[in-house]
Design a protein around this ligand. Sequence first.
Ligand code: ADP
Ligand code: ADP
Length: 229
Amino acid sequence: QGAIAFKDVHFHYDPDRPILKGVSFEVPAGKTVAVVGPSGAGKSTISRLLYRFYDVQQGSITIDGQDVREVTQKSLRAAIGMVPQDTVLFNDTIAYNIRYGRPGASDAEIQQAAEVAQISHFIKDLPEGFDTKVGERGLKLSGGEKQRVAIARTVLKAPPILILDEATSALDTTTEHEIQSALDIVSKNRTTLVIAHRLSTVVSADEIIVLKGGEIAERGSHTELLAQN
Ligand code: ADP
Ligand code: ADP
């Protein structure tokens, strides 16, 4: 479920400046493909096109053979879970923020998702800076903790497709390792598109695509790419 195919995708925000110039790749159902490349190469644009924040100007993007332009926004967003670079939290408890992944979820399910993300100890707290009610303490969340909230949300949502957009780039090495193992659990058997800065963070991807100048410059496994460079 959730096989992704980009076919000859062309995209620009500004007609004078093409961002993607004929990009084709597939993410077979249940596999993980990573997109790496220098800053500004168009990596995040790829995830935004899949999520249909924007539409391609030429070529197509399909999920299980169906063009994303023919899928309703609602079912597209239900099928895709996104762990973004910077998670914006709602002015409510962490539990509420996790429930956002699937509004119908029970307390037990939220607890379970929080455990996978290792934040079950503070799900009743409120993020710092938000309106704390009398007697409640505001919690200062680090970047890593916000990532965990996004991960818990995604665990709860359990979508067939996952987009990890530089999900561990802002973190220190120890936190990065911990988050990475939580992400490994979440992405197991899901079609996963990882947007990454560095080759070293995507060792286990089934395929790595190197984006340069709007085109795929190289592709292969981590070992293959290391051998070429
Ligand atoms: P990456 O994720 O590889 O760093 P992005 O996909 O975010 O690259 O951006 C690719 C290029 O498109 C960058 O030069 C960026 O400045 C430009 N860009 C991104 N978003 C917009 C936008 N909304 N409008 C205009 N240009 C944009
Ligand atoms: P929902 O799944 O409830 O419809 P959104 O579609 O608004 O939520 O956002 C899904 C995720 O994508 C959020 O985590 C948000 O941070 C991120 N996001 C929202 N807008 C953009 C954008 N223009 N570019 C990149 N990421 C975005």
